[in-house]
Design a protein around this ligand. Structure first.
Ligand SMILES: O=P(O)(O)OC[C@H]1O[C@H](O[C@H]2O[C@H](CO)[C@@H](O)[C@H](O)[C@H]2O)[C@H](O)[C@@H](O)[C@@H]1O
Length: 320
């Protein structure tokens, strides 16, 4: 479990030809030629870096099983009591990612529905603990999947935060939109969305999703041979928007404003809105970034255990 959904990609700097000759020692034509070649190489290297990273973020089941970060981090279910021990006397606040956590990963992002059982588990948790969905998706879209009015929702990677639409014991009048730190980017994001739809329409399987304050370019259904072409198109559109940056999720490229705001900042914001800024009286639990579809079932199990634990501890008994 981590609070960061995306994989940041470091750009590899190409040494290229420029490092071999001091530019001033060359004739003008050769300088231009080398400049062009250098830029092509540099661009190509960046594209290859992205494609490598896209491959690395799409591991097979066998790679996942041997991933040291998974082997060395025990299951939250088997460690349930140890996790809950430090919560004594503290307010638990739940933060839940959506895709791959509450819903299974599917080919079509518009079909990533959560099950009725999962919805019931989230509804129960929200009865006992302030609960927020923190997602890369557009807030309205994720609400149309979750359909629970008693939760906080932080859409667009935390750039669109709204309190529970119905009054509940935790929202202390915090209804309506709480914070949209990237609102000035709205026209730019719409423009980029349209440009990306246009530029990627000839790449089979590519899908561009408007997430309001960010845009997703999905490559789950794109033939691996075309990943390079897709990256080229995305980078060429983004080249015209220095105030936007490119990150990567699960078979998705994400275009976001360069502002210093992310899911982690949204979590801090929500804790503050709930009255727990810099407080020792709170235990935030964040569940997200699952790698396999099966993990969603484990999340449901964890949420149920949490509710049972709360019910029993309210009665002064130990949960079975
Ligand atoms: O922060 P999240 O709630 O995990 O959202 C991240 C992205 O999730 C969605 O894409 C992912 O799920 C799709 C449906 O299962 C899948 O097809 C895609 O390959 C995954 O990357 C969503 O569509 C994106 O917009 C979110 O940014």
């Amino acid at each position: 479990m981590t609070n960061q959904q995306n994989v940041a990609v470091l750009e590899v700097k190409s040494r290229g030809l420029r490092s071999l000759f001091p530019p001033s020692s060359l004739p003008v034509d050769l300088k231009l030629l080398l400049k062009k070649r250098f830029e092509t190489e540099k661009g190509g290297a960046k594209t290859n870096t992205w494609v490598d990273s896209m491959r690395a973020s799409s591991p097979t089941r066998s790679t996942i099983k041997s991933d040291p970060s998974i082997v060395h981090h025990p299951s939250a279910l088997t460690m349930f009591q140890q996790i809950m021990a430090p919560s004594k006397g503290k307010q638990i606040v739940m933060f839940l990612d959506y895709d791959g956590t509450l819903s299974p990963i599917v080919q079509d992002p518009d079909q990533a529905f959560m099950s009725g059982e999962m919805r019931a588990a989230v509804r129960d948790v929200a009865r006992y603990f302030p609960t927020a969905i923190v997602t890369g998706r557009c807030r309205d879209k994720v609400y149309s999947f979750v359909k629970l009015s008693g939760l906080y929702y932080a859409g667009s990677h935390g750039m669109d935060i709204k309190g529970p639409s119905k009054s509940c014991k935790y929202n202390k009048g915090n209804q309506g939109v709480l914070f949209q730190p990237a609102s000035e980017f709205l026209p730019m994001i719409n423009e980029v969305y349209k440009a990306l739809v246009e530029r990627t329409k000839s790449i089979g399987g590519a899908k561009v999703e408007n997430n309001k304050f960010c845009v997703s370019v999905h490559f789950r259904c794109v033939d691996e041979k075309s990943w390079g072409a897709l990256v080229e198109q995305v980078r060429s559109v983004l080249g015209q928007y220095p105030k936007l940056k490119l990150t990567q999720g699960r078979k998705v490229l994400e275009i976001r404003p360069t502002i210093k705001w992310d899911k982690g900042r949204a979590l801090e914001f929500l804790l503050e809105a709930l009255g727990y800024a810099n407080s020792d009286d709170v235990l935030p639990i964040y569940i997200g970034d699952d790698r396999t579809d099966e993990d969603a079932f484990k999340v449901k199990e964890f949420l149920r255990r949490l509710v049972d634990w709360k019910k029993y501890s309210q009665r002064g008994a130990a949960a079975p």
